[in-house]
Design a protein around this ligand. Sequence first.
Ligand code: CP3
Length: 339
Amino acid sequence: MNDRFLKACRREPVDATPVWFMRQAGRYMAEYRTLRQKYSMLEMCRTPELAAQVTLQPIKLGVDAAILFSDILIPLEPMGAPVEFAKGEGPVIARPVRTAKDVETLRVIDPEESLGFVFEAIRMLRKELSVPLIGFAGAPFTLASYLIEGGHSTNYLLTKKLMFSDPACWNDLMARLAEVVRRFLRAQVAAGAQAVQLFDSWVGQLSVDDYETLVAPHVRHILRDLETTGVPVIHFGTGTSALLESMTRAGGTVIGLDWRVRLDEGWARVGHDHAVQGNLDPASFTAPREVIHQRAADVLRRAGGRPGHIFNLGHGLFPEAPVDEVRALVDFVHEFKHA
Ligand code: CP3
């Protein structure tokens, strides 16, 4: 069993820096595209055999962790807000949630009852994997933004309208999402997930004060409880340079850093009593190999060989990433020697 990743989460010394990639299962791999010609994204997520198969695809690239193949929007359908992945448009929620009445219809589900396929995939994977398995969920703000906007957004105007104009309704929505996410992550750990990541991908849209008052209490509800399971929790967002201290206080064993912040400066702000994950710009894969490796070396030098660094991108892999370069980067990170 390769346990570098779990050791780094606990800030224990490792023989080489562990590396995995957000969106490591996906369209940049030919095997994924082949399977996607036969099945829709949702079919793949809801069929344990397929979810497990896709989760395993990137492991041969040499990564030190697997992340369950699923999507952060999967719990929304049983809550009462079905999601579709429209071709070329990303996720679409046909009946967005915008009023107090809409919020009241959202069910605080029991994941064991309605998301059993996720736990079945986790149990299957634990029998096959020789690296740790990461479970995950979307954080309440990021999930709420999809529910309210009906899909991806550029300026989150409808989300902020609800937050700013009707904080009681906003808090009701966030509380429902937070309780579902808390139960869902706990159940993933019970099924065998050895770490979990909370994706607050779009929280960088918020001011520090709005984050502290309208989001952090709900994140804390989830993370305080998860900490008692003993498995490492990765707390991730993008555009979070202004929020790192607040996000760290909200919880997490490992804090995700995106590429906008220098890794050493971000780590100092998070505090060396936490591990960090990141933070190569995923667009680095557009460059020639020597440039990718120079940029990766800069990230590694900034980590300085201090225990508690997990190498990753600052956000997910793009479908355009060349698979040979992804593999070569894994080797480069493993072979890197700190001076
Ligand atoms: O990281 C992994 O390999 C595990 C699987 C995973 C997916 N989505 C698969 C996926 C994870 C962890 C996610 C998380 C997710 N999903 C996030 C948070 C992470 C992030 O990127 O910020 C968000 C915001 C979503 C919502 C979502 N799902 C969007 C916006 C899209 C469309 C974007 C796109 O690239 O097309 C998806 C679809 C999606 N989720 C795909 C994959 C592999 C592409 C589906 C396809 O094959 O067409």
